[in-house]
Design a protein around this ligand. Structure first.
Ligand code: NAP
Ligand code: MG
Length: 403
């Protein structure tokens, strides 16, 4: 078979530990035999980040801006213990944080579903994608433990001389205070990313906040979304046969639980943090969560939602077999190749991505799976537990049969 041709490179960001091992297996077994891969390779392993003083992370993010599509392996975010383990000169920042800051994006997370793993919520039939605004609010707040009786005020001093001052509370005893902020520019980026993602995946977009209580703060989010939708997306959504609607977060929670799934749920930073853990747990497993960063100007970076699976890596180093699940990392590859195909008008590449995902699902539906999933499937399902490489080779068999 002739290999599928590509026109423009994708940005390839290699990573650390067990996922780095999986990365090579996936490329060798599922990509390189079939695709004449064009990629610009960046080694984001902690060793190379140290060697390049983290320049490689910045370069990979700028390359993503240039080419528009990236695929990323999980990477270690160093902490004190890692600084010692890797003898680092500095506690380098989280690569995901660096990349997000440069691309200015929103992270979308969606579960991969299979027949034998039932969501905890019975009526969910399709994935629910969470779009979390990853900037500001309580994550960038200023807090104060009020020690005793006294007055708390909210003060703003405009550069143009304007000012605002209002009493928050006249404390008659000790208490707590918190000041949060967000920026119109960041909320606008969030909105653009959400509208673009919903269009690209042809799914309805829901957005929810608590604007009835938060009449300035949450209301601003609501109005910015509304304005951008009315002016720039209404026609496109109607053409695509999809819907945008805003509803209060309490109402959204009730609707999400009663829904069949199959939509994008946009949430403010804290709400997205909490709801994405709730939704992903209810769907099954972290190893089956895909994640993509979409920037407001339409760049895509695909990855798995999980980390480098350190515990498995240490077993692997001791020569033990590991049954680490490569699904989310394979889907990062298929997602990136499909998007590249869409951008460059390469039907063969798009078809390949579809067939690769189908081969994964067929393998799982035949009962061949890694250990983490065997523990989750419904009673009575016939399963064969395999290690990572055996699983990938089984997917390859199914893929070859379909090509
Ligand atoms: P993790 O790598 O996600 O793993 C936590 C546990 O979840 C594993 O020990 C394993 O459970 C299970 N698990 C996760 N992915 C799995 C898979 N594909 N197959 C089977 N089981 C899976 O999280 P962590 O151990 O907290 O973090 C490890 C490193 O990853 C850290 O250095 C962190 O900085 C980094 N990290 C990177 C990213 C990223 O690059 N996006 C995200 C999160 C964390 P069992 O051990 O019970 O089998
Ligand atoms: Mg969380």
């Amino acid at each position: 078979m002739e290999k599928i041709k590509m026109r423009t490179p994708i940005v390839e960001m290699d990573g650390d530990e067990m996922t780095r091992i999986l990365w090579k297996m996936i490329k060798d077994e599922l990509i390189l035999p079939f695709v004449d891969l064009k990629s610009e390779y960046y080694d984001l392993s902690l060793v190379n980040r140290e060697k390049t003083e983290d320049k490689v992370t910045f370069d990979s993010a700028y390359a993503t801006k240039k080419y528009g599509v990236a695929v990323k392996c999980a990477t270690i975010t160093p902490n004190k213990q890692r600084v010692e383990e890797y003898n680092l000169s500095k506690m380098w920042k989280s690569p995901n944080g660096t990349i997000r800051a440069i691309l200015d994006g929103t992270v979308f997370r969606a579960p991969i579903l299979i027949d034998s793993i039932l969501p905890a919520v019975r009526n969910w039939q399709k994935p629910i994608t969470i779009a979390r605004h990853a900037y500001g609010d309580v994550y960038k707040s200023t807090e104060y433990r009020v020690p005793s009786k006294g007055k708390a005020e909210l003060v703003f001093s405009g550069e143009d001389g304007s000012s605002f001052r209002e009493t928050i509370y006249d404390f008659e005893c000790a208490g707590v205070l918190q000041g949060q902020y967000n920026k119109d520019s960041s909320i606008r980026s969030f909105a653009y990313s959400c509208f673009n993602y919903a269009l690209a995946t042809k799914q309805d977009l829901w957005f929810s906040t608590k604007d009835t209580i938060s009449k300035q703060y949450d209301q601003t989010f609501k109005l910015i979304f509304e304005e951008i939708y009315e002016n720039e997306y209404k026609d496109k959504f109607e053409e695509a046969g999809i819907e945008y609607f805003y509803t209060l977060i309490d109402d959204a929670v009730a609707r999400v639980i009663r829904s069949k799934g199959g939509f994008v749920w946009a949430l403010k930073n804290y709400d997205g943090d909490v709801m994405s853990d709730m939704v992903s747990t209810a769907f099954g497993s972290l190893a089956m969560m895909t994640s993509v960063l979409v920037s407001p100007d339409g760049n895509y970076e695909f990855e798995a939602a999980h980390g480098t699976v350190t515990r498995h890596y240490y077993k692997y180093l001791k020569g033990e077999q590991t049954s680490t699940n490569p699904m989310a990392t394979i889907y990062a590859w298929s997602g990136a190749l499909r998007k590249r195909g869409e951008f460059d008008g390469l039907t063969d590449l798009i078809n390949f991505a579809d067939k690769l995902e189908k081969a994964c699902i067929d393998t799982l539906n035949s009962g061949v799976m890694t250990k983490d999933l065997v523990d989750l499937v419904k009673e009575g399902t016939k399963t064969t537990t395999v290690n990572s490489l055996e699983f990938i080779k089984e997917i390859r068999k199914n893929l070859e049969a379909s090509l």
